[in-house]
Every structure is written in C-alpha cells, then in structure tokens.
Design a protein around this ligand. Structure first.
Ligand code: NDP
Length: 489
C-alpha cells in the first residue's frame, strides 16, 4: 500500500502522482508513505461513497448489523499488525495501541446491536384530524476528518454509528497518522460492505478536507481536532448547511476532595494525564487539590510520576511514548516555560529526558508543576502533552469556580467518598462528562461531547446514532371528501 490511498474498495495512487512519508515519532525513521490526495481524488471518493450509499442504505438492517459484527471480528483478529502500525506512526505504547484497536472493534459491536432496534413514533395530531409518524433516514455521504491522537478509535466513533444508520464515508485521516486507518479501511471492505462504503483519502487538510466541506455531495462532516480548526470547519459547512458534529479541545479539571481515596486518585491522575503522552482530548489538564490533602497527595503523585518509564512504544516496559510531533512538544515546552516565568516550580520533570536512545524522538519528561499562576497559559489554554499543573483550593466552591473558568467544557472528574458531594459537583461542572472516582474512560454506550467551545453534538451511545440521521415527519390526515383548507376562494 506504499504511496496509496483506499477508494472504491481498491488501493489507488493520487491523481496528482505525489505521495508523502509518515515518520516514527520515537526515532524520526520513515515508516511508510501514502498518496498525497488532490481535490479531484476527494471528488472521486465522494462519487464512490454516493454510489455505495444507494446500496448500503437499502441493505436490510439485519445484514447491516452482521456486516458491522464481521468488521469487529476481522479487526480483533488483526489486532497485532494494526497495533504495531499504530505505535510506529503515532508513538503510543503497544498496550495502549492494542486497547485502541479493541475500542474500535467494540464500537462496531455496540452499533451492530443497535441496527434495526430503534423505535419510531406514531402520534395523533392535536386537532384530531389524523396522525403523524416520525421516521429516521440516513443523511448520505459523511466526511470524517480525524486527528492524530486516537486515529483508529475516533474513526470507529464516526464510521460505526454512521454505517449503522445507513450512511457511507469519505475518511480524511490526519496527515501524520494515515497508515492504520488505511489498514482498517481495507478490513472494512473485506467484511461485506459495498465497495466505496468507506473510502480513505490521504492528503492535506486544506485540500482533501476542504473538498469535503465544499462538495455538495457530502451531507455531514464529523470532525475531531483542535477548536480553531473546528471553527473553520463550522464556517466551511455553512455554505451547504451540512450536518455537523465537532469534538474539539478540552482543559479538563480533576478535583480531589479531602474525603477522597487518595491512592485511587493518585492512580487516576497518573493514568488521566500521562496516557497517550497526555495527548487526549479528555486528559486531566488541571489538578485541583483540597488544602488539607494537598501536600500528601502531591508527594504520592510525584513519586508515581517519577517512576514513569519513557521510551519507544514497541519496547517492552515503556509506560509513556514520545510526543507525536516536534511541534506539539514545542507547544508544551513554551507553556511550561511561561508557567515558570510566572513563578511555577517543576516538582517532577520539566524538560526533555536525557540519553542517546531518546535524543532522536520527540520525547518530553512527565512533568508536575506546583505554584502555578492561574493566568499561565498552561491553565488558560489546552495543554496537549505530559505536563500537569497542580493547584490548591480551600473547598468545593473554589474548586468549581476555578474548574469552570475556561472556554472549554469537555470532561472533568471529582474524587470523593461522599456521593451527595459528587452529584452536586457533577451538576455544577460545565462539562459534557463528569467522571466520579474514575479517570476519563470513554465507553461506546455513553454519549460523549463538549459544552462551550469543546464541541457540538454528541458521539457514541444511542444519542450518537441520532447525529447520523435526518428526522422525517409524515402527516396522515383522515380522508374527507371535499374538505376545504381555508384559502378564501
Ligand atoms: P487539527 O485540528 O490540526 O487536525 C485535525 C484534522 O483536521 C486533521 O485531519 C487535519 O488534516 C484536518 N484539517 C486541518 N485543517 C483543516 C482544514 N482547513 N479543513 C479541513 N480539515 C482540516 O487537530 P490535531 O490533529 O492536531 O489534533 C489535536 C487536537 O484535537 C487537540 O487540540 C485535541 O484537544 C483535539 N482533540 C479533541 C478530541 C475530542 O474528542 N474533543 C479528541 C482528540 C483530539 P492534516 O493532518 O492534513 O492537517
């Protein structure tokens, strides 16, 4: 598949004849190359998806469900090569990569179970003249624009519910992580979906992504990525009033109360911030500790963070891989420097790790920062990497006020042994999800999305399926011969 993309159920070169390389974030080594798609390539993929839509949208639900289950089965059977490819292009440790592939399969199994299970409504008209029926129809061709941090699971979040509802896809992976998405597309094609039901067009966002926005043949855009890009996508979708779901950035608060199980919360903070090298939309990005437990908690967390082994994701014993790109690392370095210039102290880390093995990759040490000023960039912007600012608060009111003081509203967590306190905090945190005594774990059955500038619409759950449908109302009046409608002639 070197230098190729996947369109109409086949491997293809770019019409422009160009390709581009994909590099390993742990070493800079080239791990593959893919087609540099043009607008014409994107148009051709949209045509394939439109052709496939005719067949797929009319495929009986039971067959759609079986095809989705087959996808899950084939993906699970190929977890080894898929996960290895994901590590090589993205950088995450192999265990995390396997779990991401598992999550892709799981999403397909979940939506396979929902196909054909939806119930409509038949309701009397308020005037008693008859009734109306509400039905759901697939939208058509969906353009899925993906980021690099979870290239495979986030493809599943879009493609699985979208196919379940009867839509077809043109997927635009992030330019730095196209390889495993292409492998997944080939498995999808082998699992009984019509050729062209899921096309993957690799190439620059400003070219391939722009064609998905501009082309009237695409009915919906499902996007995950940065909030600023999301704003452009929203503007671009306006021209044809495309349906839209946006999963954008976050600056998730984690609040640890004085009655929390500290051991559990230390584990949660470590997993929540340093998994995927801190590059998750719902990573813990601001830690708020009640004063009375702050010292003890910080000590225990620092010990744990010091023990994180940084390395190549394919090396056994690696806990945390490199950052995805040198640019992403520079952004985190700038934020840490800014915090330090305003008086913050690194409690752990605060720079690049040493050693010749790590020098070629985009590594950054797991970092904890104390004494952080609330105006620091690391507190006011999204920090998409392994650096965690720790703040002390006197009580829940202060924690919530600080937690909500952000344009983002994606995830959040509260740690306490008092359920009433947990509910009260969850109600008051302005975020799409609040985890209670748990790090941020997304599940196929739970709707996911953001408040405020973290997004628009929901993915996953029954709610996620609804975003791949148009709602159609059919009004049926009782037949009355000679009935007049009131127009005065
Ligand atoms: P970007 O927004 O830079 O890119 C996301 C995708 O959009 C890529 O495929 C990119 O293509 C494409 N793109 C870029 N510009 C355009 C354009 N003008 N028109 C159409 N498509 C375009 O995000 P990142 O990939 O850098 O992902 C990291 C960000 O995503 C973080 O801020 C993170 O918080 C957020 N995120 C949010 C999640 C959520 O669920 N809320 C989940 C994961 C990440 P190309 O690669 O070719 O530039």
């Amino acid at each position: 598949m070197d230098g190729m993309m996947f369109v109409g159920g086949q491997w293809r070169k770019s019409g422009g004849g160009e390709s581009f390389q994909v590099k390993n974030p742990a070493s800079g080594a080239v791990v593959g190359s893919v087609a540099k798609g043009t607008r014409e390539d994107a148009r051709s993929a949209i045509d394939s998806a439109r052709e496939a839509f005719r067949k797929w949208s009319e495929t009986p639900p039971i067959e759609r469900s079986r095809a989705l289950l087959k996808v899950a089965e084939m993906v699970r059977a190929s977890v080894g090569p898929l996960a290895k490819s994901l590590v090589l292009e993205q950088g995450k440790p192999l265990g995390e990569a396997k779990s991401e592939i598992g999550s892709f399969a799981n999403t397909f199994e979940y939506y396979a179970g929902l196909v054909g299970r939806e119930r409509g409504a038949q309701t009397p008209l308020s005037t008693g003249e008859g009734y109306f029926i509400v039905t759901k129809r697939p939208i058509g061709v969906v353009g899925a624009i993906l980021p690099w941090n979870f290239p495979v699971s986030l493809m599943g979040w879009k493609v699985a519910p979208g196919l379940a509802a009867g839509n077809t896809f043109v997927v635009k992976p992030a330019s730095t992580t196209p390889l495993t998405d292409l492998m997944a597309a080939e498995l999808l094609a082998k699992s009984g979906l019509p050729a062209g039901a899921v096309n993957v067009v690799t190439g620059p966002g400003g070219v391939v992504g722009q064609e998905l926005l501009d082309n009237p043949g695409v009915g919906k855009i499902a996007f995950t990525g940065e909030t600023d890009t999301g704003k452009k996508i929203m503007e671009g979708s306006a021209k044809h009033i495309k349906r839209l779901t946006l999963e954008l950035g976050g600056s998730d608060p984690m609040i640890v109360c004085d009655d929390a199980d500290l051991g559990l919360a230390v584990e949660g903070a470590t997993w929540g911030r340093f998994r995927n090298c801190g590059q998750s939309c719902t990573s813990v990005k601001r830690l708020f500790l009640f004063e009375s437990i702050s010292e003890e908690f910080t000590k225990r967390l620092a010990e744990k963070v010091r023990s994180i082994r940084v390395g190549d994701g394919l090396q056994s014993g690696t806990h945390m891989g490199p950052m995805h790109t040198a640019e992403q690392r520079s952004k985190v370095e700038d934020m840490v420097e800014d915090a330090e210039a305003r008086g913050a102290e690194p409690l752990v880390g605060g720079g690049r790790p040493g050693g010749p093995d790590l020098a070629r990759g985009n590594f950054y040490s797991p970092t904890l920062l104390g004494g952080v000023d609330y105006d620091s960039r690391i507190a006011t912007e999204e920090c998409f990497g392994p650096a965690l600012p720790v703040f002390e608060v006197k009580d829940l009111d202060e924690a919530l006020e600080r937690a909500n003081d952000t344009p983002y509203g994606l995830g959040s967590s509260v740690w306490t042994s008092d359920l009433e306190r947990a509910y009260s905090a969850a109600e008051r945190i302005e975020a799409g999800t609040t985890w209670v005594n748990s790090p941020p774990i997304s599940r196929a059955e739970v709707p996911f999305g953001g408040f405020k500038q973290s997004g628009f619409g929901r993915e996953l759950g029954v709610e996620g399926l609804d975003y791949y449908y148009e709602t159609k109302s059919i009004q049926v009046l009782e037949y009355e011969k000679g009935k007049k409608w009131g127009f005065p002639i």
